[in-house]
Design a protein around this ligand. Structure first.
Ligand code: 4NP
Length: 154
């Protein structure tokens, strides 16, 4: 049996989705689980770039080094590979839904739908914001990861 696989998708793959990937990886490590995790962007502007420095800093402060992550664009094959594709906001969810092949196995959903009190909400886009905004983003993705593994484990 293959390991469960999760993909996180925002616009540029340099701020929100790398932080979501990092938060989930931390839980995976903590619980000694075996998961495949990746992140991607619906846009192509930042392909090959490392995460935004502010995202790197917030992740490092929370015990995860994401400096080696490289931005990539989501592709149709992702829908065959991943069990879950989590969109960080509604516009990226719409983009994913519109490109999803009929044969895809992936369940595509909003990340914050994992959090019972935050259904339908977007993860804060910190790109034009401050380090504090990145901290807010981190809290949201960390909460989502907490609920995902709570449901997965118990
Ligand atoms: P992300 O943030 O989608 O969370 O990686 C953004 C990155 C780049 C841009 C917007 C948001 N941009 O306009 O280039």
């Amino acid at each position: 049996m293959s390991v469960p696989s999760l993909l996180f998708v925002c616009l540029g793959n340099i701020c929100r989705s790398p932080l979501a990937e990092a938060a989930f990886r931390r839980q995976i490590e903590e619980h000694k689980l075996d998961f495949l995790c990746d992140s991607a962007g619906t846009g192509a502007w930042h392909i090959g770039e490392a995460p935004d420095r502010r995202a790197q800093k917030i992740a490092l402060e929370n015990g995860i080094d994401i400096r080696h992550y490289k931005a990539r664009q989501v592709i149709k094959q992702d829908f065959e590979i991943f069990d879950y594709i989590f969109a960080l906001d509604q516009s990226n969810l719409n983009h994913l839904t519109s490109m999803a092949p009929k044969s895809g196995k992936a369940k595509v959903m909003l990340l914050m739908d994992l959090v019972p009190s935050c259904k339908g909400e977007a993860v804060n886009d910190p790109y034009y914001g401050s380090l504090e905004d990145f901290g807010k983003t981190w809290k949201q993705v960390q909460t989502a990861s907490y609920y995902f593994f709570k449901n997965f484990l118990y």
